[in-house]
Design a protein around this ligand. Structure first.
Ligand SMILES: [Zn+2]
Length: 348
């Protein structure tokens, strides 16, 4: 049994090894156990730092799509670094006394085990939330209810959200949405040249309520790390979909918020740079979405480290979301021009 897991889903074996090393400052939960064939697969959450659910919080989610294993690897690698730092770095301990890091490294373990994008019910978890796109979505790719045999299946309407999404939703609603400031990063990979950093919405091309803060975030990143390689943009610039989980959670936050700030981001690592240097890898299903050669994998994991630390700092020191009216008006204008064709048809 262990041998099967080690060969089919080594990320889960690695994660469980790391969980054993966690100290008392970490709280570990099994959000759900998903049965598939002869196995039962846990979905772990790990919360480190302050116990106060209103404290600033940076959350990482990986493995939503089972083929995009590099996403889980990035989350697990960050967790590993945090565990090691906690054994000697007083500055990180001080930061975590009044903030939190949350990890859900493998949301779709069955998809990873069976090497499919979707979960064990053939449902695409990023098309499965109760959200309907207001735009014409790409045929099939935008999410459909034609057949579970066709990729990008949303699941039957009557079935609601899949267990993986429901437990993630319940957990984030309880532990993340109450935070004064929180950023969630969901790590994926796709067939593209660049690393893209998407904020909502996926369902509409209209600006989401925090688009000026998204612009402020981009400015903060540009100024702090001028050589970073992320394209910061609303997801709808690339494509629109039905059923996006982060659209759904954001709307729940925005309907109920008092003065919390919740900023979900999706990191889509572009696979073209790995494929270009190793074209043979495109022949395997995993090769389209992951760096296969060990030194390239190491490079991806190394490259993301600075950014993860930046996101933790950005929730702790959040003056960047507090703009005076003049600054807000300037950035609002610039953001509309950059991302929304200058459209001023904004409800917020
Ligand atoms: Zn994905």
């Amino acid at each position: 049994m262990r041998k099967v897991l080690e060969s089919r889903i080594p990320e889960l074996v690695e994660l469980e090894g790391l969980i054993e090393k966690l100290g008392p400052e970490a709280r570990v939960n099994v959000l759900a156990e998903i049965p598939y064939e002869d196995h039962v697969f846990p979905i772990h959450s790990i919360e480190i730092g302050s116990e106060d659910p209103t404290s600033p919080c940076f959350t990482m989610v990986g493995g939503v799509h089972g083929l995009e294993r590099i996403g889980s690897m990035v989350v697990i690698s960050t967790l590993r670094t945090v565990i090691e730092l906690l054994s000697w770095d007083q500055t990180l301990k001080d930061r975590l006394a009044h903030s939190r890091l949350i990890f859900v490294p493998i949301l779709n373990p069955v998809g990873m085990f069976r090497r499919s994008r979707s979960n064990g019910n053939n449902v695409d978890l990023m098309r499965n939330a109760p959200v309907f796109s207001e735009e014409a979505t790409r045929f099939l790719y935008g999410g459909h209810r034609l057949s579970p045999k066709i990729p990008f299946y949303r699941g039957a309407l009557a079935d609601g959200m899949e267990v993986e999404n429901q437990v993630l939703f319940d957990f984030l609603k309880e532990r993340v949405l109450p935070a004064k400031v929180s950023i969630c990063l969901d790590v994926h990979s796709g067939f593209g040249a660049d690393d893209r950093l998407w904020f909502p919405y996926a369902r509409t091309k209209k600006p989401f309520p925090y688009f000026v803060e998204a612009y402020a975030f981009r400015e903060l990143l540009n100024k702090t790390y001028p050589n970073h390689a992320y394209a910061v943009e609303p997801q709808s610039i690339q494509y629109t979909t039905h059923g996006d989980f982060w659209d759904y959670l954001f709307d729940v936050h925005f309907e109920n918020k008092t003065d919390q700030f919740f900023f979900p981001l999706t990191l889509e690592l572009g696979s073209w740079k790995w494929i270009r240097k190793n074209p043979k890898q495109i022949l395997g299903a995993l090769g389209v979405f992951n760096p296969i050669l060990p030194h390239r994998q190491a490079r991806v994991l190394r490259d993301q480290k600075t950014f993860m630390d930046f996101l933790h700092r950005a929730v702790l020191s959040s003056d960047w979301i507090k703009m005076n009216d003049e600054q807000r008006n300037i950035w609002r204008f610039e953001a509309l021009n950059l991302w929304f064709n200058g459209s001023h048809n904004v409800a917020c």
